[in-house]
Ligand binder design. Structure first.
Ligand SMILES: [Zn+2]
Length: 256
């Protein structure tokens, strides 16, 4: 496959060339043996987490925001995040994250998300699960229903942004600092609304590393799912991700 060949070449180049210390935020959804596209099996997740804990500084998401703001990391660093708040975060992912002492942020929905918008019946965290989290876990908001904020009226978007903050506060006792846009979808208006709602920052899904100067309301994250080979996982933590993203953006522009 051409895609694999390109990744292999870019990864070989990334390993050969010098680089500034990098900051990458990983995005996971489910850690389970589910056949769903977005699920990573516990064995594979364990291998990935062992790899990052051995080769990278594992840092909190707030450190990634600091890097974007210009307080750069001194070593290649990785932050780990989860979207949607599936129950297997507690039962499968967290024991592995604890084994390697990896801090993580889990972006959760309200008590009654729109399953059609979410696109899966995969079980979600129950309200009582939040008390079982270890100090390694920070909870962020992923809105209440999981609908694209750019598709909503401003009033509805404001409501989603503020009520989901309250919902997280009710369950954890702490006001969430960060937001993850449902389906990674945002625009200038939504970024502004997130800031107005009181969030310190928001994360998206843009397949590259975090760089100084990146907006605190559109922090890029690299998605890891069932299609991510181990080599691709390794490559996504390097400059290869930035280069591939640039090539992909150029190819997309050309097609328009
Ligand atoms: Zn989501």
């Amino acid at each position: 496959m051409l895609k694999n060949l390109i990744w292999n070449i870019l990864y070989a180049l990334a390993r050969a060339l010098p680089h500034q210390p990098r900051m990458t935020v990983l995005l996971y959804h489910s850690v389970s043996d589910s056949p769903d596209f977005f699920a990573v099996s516990p064995d594979i997740f364990d291998r990935q987490m062992r790899y990052v804990s051995e080769r990278y500084a594992v840092v909190s998401l707030s450190r990634a925001f600091e890097h974007a703001a210009g307080k750069c990391v001194e070593r290649d660093s990785v932050a780990v995040s989860f979207d949607d708040g599936y129950r297997d975060f507690l039962t499968e992912a967290l024991p592995i994250l604890e084994r390697y002492q990896i801090p993580t942020t889990v972006f959760v929905l309200g008590d009654n998300p729109d399953r059609a918008e979410l696109g899966t019946d995969h079980p979600l965290l129950a309200p009582e699960d939040f008390a079982k989290f270890s100090p390694l876990v920070t909870v962020g908001s992923h809105t209440l229903v999981h609908k694209k904020l750019i598709k909503m009226s401003v009033e509805d978007a404001v409501r989603e942004l503020s009520l989901s903050r309250e919902s997280v506060k009710e369950r954890t006792g702490t006001v969430p600092r960060y937001l993850a846009y449902p389906k990674g979808s945002y625009n200038e208006v939504v970024m502004h609304l997130a800031s107005e709602a009181g969030y310190d920052g928001a994360v998206s899904v843009v397949e590259r590393g975090v760089h100084p100067g990146d907006s605190a309301y559109a922090l890029p994250r690299v998605q890891i799912d069932s299609t991510t080979s181990f080599l691709r996982f390794q490559a996504k933590l390097t400059q290869a991700a930035d280069w591939y993203y640039r090539l992909w953006s150029l190819a997309r522009l050309k097609r328009k």
